[in-house]
Design a protein around this ligand. Structure first.
Ligand code: HSE
Length: 436
């Protein structure tokens, strides 16, 4: 049987998962491929720590060049993460004619254009299914099965760490810091967990989804970002009372020829399927003009699920190699000549419903003052709640609005924060009702 040889860069959690796939499922892979995949080499600076998996003699090396430039390696898996040396290594592998599989969303979001241009010039494949949604095959679904559709919207729960934290805060009233520590211990969080909780990891993933769905390059700086560190238990409780859950959502939409690209905590109806996506699970809801809504759900992080996606890409490349069909499906799903730069909608122009929370003194006329400002900015109130204050001085006023423009909300809140009866800052969370 023909042999296709694989080199692995980075022997961390996911790397160990890749080794486990080779150990446990080699027969399944060769039965499906009609050839043998061999894990020929693993390069990491640390080759002594026990990863709980067995590696054959001579496979481990501290010299990355034994993967990047070795003539006997066909496919390089990059699982180092971060920007450097991952970028240089990937470019070097391409230069030496290797096909590349990576799970590195940060690298793709920042250097994807450069890497894909180099791969195209060299005639090699770069695949990155594991970079978005862990084990969920969302990128191949967009590029292959759904490829006749124009996408109206993307809604994603794309960070397992954030979803795990929000779920435990919602279900147990758990403390943010303790849950984060637990997520780190379970291996879900990035090396720098601020990438998770401040939404940067979700931005990287949304940039990739938008590129594939809309055939447009979007710089990560163009994606509006708010993480979950400002979400408090009180907002989670109020959301529940109004029939909503708070999730960190990645949102991409095509609106009047512009692309909305944003990541922020979002209230979604408790009966929306995305509201049931709990713990480390991820989900992506896409709406295509022909297929309608499609939701993909699965484990968004973790050793085995992510290794499944990585090795799925290796199998896809191996199949193309065996059939002389390298490049059959373009890396971004669009022909290079068709990829352009679409305008990204300014955040001030988006229209949404909003949850507003004010801390005020408990005195007659306060609600009227707030309502007057909202009215002046054309913001309609759909619902309101004012639980009895826990102390004599402060009371929470919670307002759900009708559709309003973001610029009006921000201006109104700035004005309300100037009222003598309001303890600033006031808080707002966007509400998404269109995903039921
Ligand atoms: N830190 C990421 C998460 C890992 O928590 O989802 C998968 O990309």
């Amino acid at each position: 049987m023909q042999e296709i040889r694989v080199g692995l860069l980075g022997f961390g959690t996911i790397g160990a998962g890749v080794v486990r796939v080779f150990q446990h499922n080699a027969p399944v892979m060769s039965d499906r491929l009609g050839a043998v995949l061999k894990l020929a080499r693993i390069a990491d600076l640390d080759i002594t720590t026990d990863r709980g998996v067995e590696v054959g003699p001579g496979v481990l090396t501290t010299d990355a060049n034994q993967v990047l430039t070795a003539p006997d390696i066909d496919v390089v898996i990059e699982l180092i993460g971060g920007y450097e040396p991952a970028r240089s290594f990937v470019l070097k592998a391409i230069e030496h004619g290797k096909h590349v599989v990576t799970a590195n969303k940060a690298l793709l979001a920042k250097y994807g254009e450069e890497i894909l241009a180099a791969a195209s010039k060299k005639g090699v494949e770069v695949m990155f299914e594991a970079s978005v949604g862990g084990g969920i095959p969302v990128l191949s679904a967009i590029k292959e099965n759904l490829c006749v559709n124009r996408f109206r919207s993307i809604f994603g729960i794309l960070n397992g760490t954030c979803n795990y934290i929000l779920t435990r805060m919602t279900d147990e009233g758990a403390d943010f810091a303790a849950v984060l520590k637990d997520a780190q211990q379970k291996g879900y969080a990035e090396a720098d967990p601020t990438f998770d909780i401040e939404g940067v990891d979700t931005v990287h993933k949304l940039a990739i989804l938008i590129a594939l769905c809309y055939g447009t390059q979007v710089d990560q700086e163009q994606i509006y970002l708010e993480g979950i560190s400002q979400i408090s238990a009180v907002d989670i409780q109020f959301a529940h009372q109004f029939g909503y859950k708070i999730k960190l959502l990645a949102i991409g939409k095509e609106v009047d020829g512009e692309i909305e690209a944003r990541v922020h905590p979002t209230m979604i109806p408790q009966n929306a399927p995305l509201a049931d996506v709990d713990g480390v699970f991820n989900a992506v809801r896409l709406v295509g003009d022909f297929v309608g809504p499609v939701m993909l759900y699965g484990q968004g992080a973790g050793m085995d699920a992510t290794a499944s996606a990585v090795m799925g890409d290796v199998m896809a490349i191996a199949r193309n190699l065996l059939k002389n069909a390298v490049g059959r499906i373009p890396a971004m799903g669009y022909q290079e000549s068709a990829i352009n730069r679409r305008p990204i909608r300014a955040m001030n122009d988006i229209v949404s419903r909003y949850y507003l929370r004010f801390n005020t003194v408990d005195r007659p006329g306060v609600v009227a003052q707030i309502a007057r400002v909202l009215g002046n900015f054309r913001i309609g109130i759909s619902s309101m709640m004012q639980p009895e204050g826990c102390d004599a001085d402060t009371v929470a006023i919670v307002i759900m609005t009708h559709d309003a423009q973001e610029a009006d909300i921000r201006s109104a809140l700035a004005e309300i924060d100037q009222l003598a009866v309001v303890h600033k800052p006031s808080h707002f969370i966007r509400i998404e009702n269109s995903i039921e």
